[in-house]
Design a protein around this ligand. Structure first.
Ligand SMILES: [Fe+2]
Length: 479
């Protein structure tokens, strides 16, 4: 798992030193700051996962620090430390977004447990966030590719942006050259009530388009930049260029008022992906086939990105796809079925994008809870792939590639012929490839050892007739 960074903030140097020593360890770096102002400066450089801060400090208090973190959309979790008798303060901090609090004096073990919990929760949230982002992106793709004209596409694009970013204001400003007969679209109270706000963002949108890059604006930056424009600027905003060519060139802008969480760097990244995918869709509107190819390419590149999380499985899926083709041919399947096996082989573990790295790369056996998380990957894969209609045929294969013919597999415990035929086939080549490769939890076996393992599990784990066909395939291969 990637290294986690904790920032300790307290004006008592001795306490800082003791806590730093206790929290430091493998995969964990600890930084310190003596007050809120120094902490903010460190946070601005990025890379901090967890802030553990005292409340009472000179210059900038813990409470004010929390407020600034929220205002500036800084992506760090916060635990507050507070003196006895100030529970009310702690409650206030939780309202401001702190994830936990500790009453002083606390035991070092309590501090370590609270930090461990917060980092674990953060890891799970980040993994889930990745899946949500991916699903939102694929939704955008499939909805846009279902539109026949540009008007419908623009409408759906804005609908999807609204669903993903929950803004208080949303706008699509077209470039002055492409405006022609059409008008900018600007919706929500910020734009409706304040024409000057609309004008300011239209100018910003034009700049983003010229510079060709997205931008995130915090409450502080908006307050400064819009001082002469309005007394009531939004609390957070971001925009990204949409370069759809000709009629569909412009920038999308979303705003949030106070009372909602500020947009973060992650949100900006997703908006930029939305905008560039929308650009692609606008551009290739006339070519449906091309769009489908774009979707597929995105998924295949995602599948290899998932493999890159685990150094041992690099290239695994591609090899499973190639083995699937060989087994399909030996089973005399149709060209369509063989192609499905190849695609399913390449995509079967895409759901591992939702499994934390520390579980994927664990060199020892998994705990019951880790096994439960790991076993979600076929279902997550199904959710992701179901967003692309062209991949409908691979869904049952990906969903059931860990079933066993004796009914003891997952996710549904299907037995024998209840397991889709092609899933039974994929299961054999997936297992075989895993056996002959180095894994975090075992060294590579020889093809002969793998063949005898398959033969032993034929009829219980794998379909016996198919194992026989596959063993004949590998026996015929040169050394
Ligand atoms: Fe798998």
């Amino acid at each position: 798992m990637s290294e986690r960074t904790i920032l300790l903030v307290d004006d008592e140097p001795r306490l800082l030193e003791t806590c730093k020593e206790a929290l430091e360890g493998p995969g964990r770096a600890v930084l310190t700051a003596c007050d809120g102002a120094e902490a903010l400066a460190t946070l601005a450089r990025g890379g901090v996962d967890l802030v553990i801060s005292d409340l009472k400090m000179p210059r900038l208090s813990g409470m004010e620090l929390l407020r600034r973190i929220a205002e500036q959309g800084l992506d760090a979790d916060v635990i507050v430390l507070t003196g006895y008798g100030t529970v009310q303060n702690a409650v206030e901090c939780l309202k401001l977004g702190a994830v936990d609090y500790l009453l002083k004096p606390f035991k070092i073990a309590e501090l370590c447990a609270a930090a461990g919990n917060a980092l674990r929760e953060r890891g799970l949230r980040q993994e889930k966030g990745k899946v949500d982002q991916l699903v939102a992106m694929l939704n955008l793709q499939s909805v846009l590719s279902g539109q026949n004209d540009q008007r419908g596409m623009v409408k759906e694009f804005l609908n999807q942006v609204r669903a993903a970013f929950e803004p208080d204001g949303i706008a699509l400003f077209f470039s002055r050259e492409s405006l022609g007969q059409r008008r900018d679209i600007a919706l929500g109270p910020f734009f409706r009530a304040q024409p000057q706000t609309r004008g300011w963002f239209a100018a910003l949108a034009d700049r983003l388009l010229r510079q060709g890059r997205p931008k995130l604006l915090s409450a502080e930056a908006l307050g400064r930049a819009m001082a002469g424009v309005t007394v009531d600027p939004p609390a957070s905003a971001m925009g990204a260029p949409v370069a759809g060519g000709g009629q569909a060139t412009g920038s999308v802008v979303v705003l949030r008022g106070a009372g909602k969480p500020a947009y973060t760097g992650d949100d900006l990244h997703l908006l930029a992906i939305f905008a560039s995918h929308a650009s692609l869709c606008f551009e290739s509107q006339r070519s449906c086939a091309m769009l489908k190819e774009v979707n597929r390419e995105i998924l295949f590149s995602l599948a290899s990105a998932v493999e890159a999380k685990d150094t041992y499985t690099r290239g695994h899926s591609e090899r499973v796809g190639a083995y699937g083709v060989k087994l399909g041919r030996a089973l005399s399947l149709s060209g369509r079925e063989i192609e499905l096996l190849r695609m399913a082989g390449e995509l079967h573990d895409i759901g591992k994008i939702g499994v934390p790295d520390n579980i994927l790369n664990k060199p020892a056996s998994l705990t019951a809870e880790e096994t439960r998380v790991m076993r979600q990957h076929p279902g997550i894969g199904r959710t992701i792939l179901s967003k692309v209609s062209a991949l409908e045929g691979v869904l049952p294969i990906v969903t059931h590639h860990h079933e066993r013919v004796n009914g003891r597999g997952y996710p549904d415990g299907l037995a024998g012929e209840e397991i889709p035929f092609l899933a039974r086939a994929l299961c054999i080549v997936d297992s075989y490839e895993a056996m002959i490769s180095n894994r975090a939890y075992h060294a590579a076996r020889t093809p002969a050892e793998a063949a005898s393992l398959l033969a032993r599990g034929a009829g219980s784990q794998w379909d016996a007739a198919m194992v026989e066909v596959w063993l004949a395939v590998v026996a015929g291969e040169p050394g």
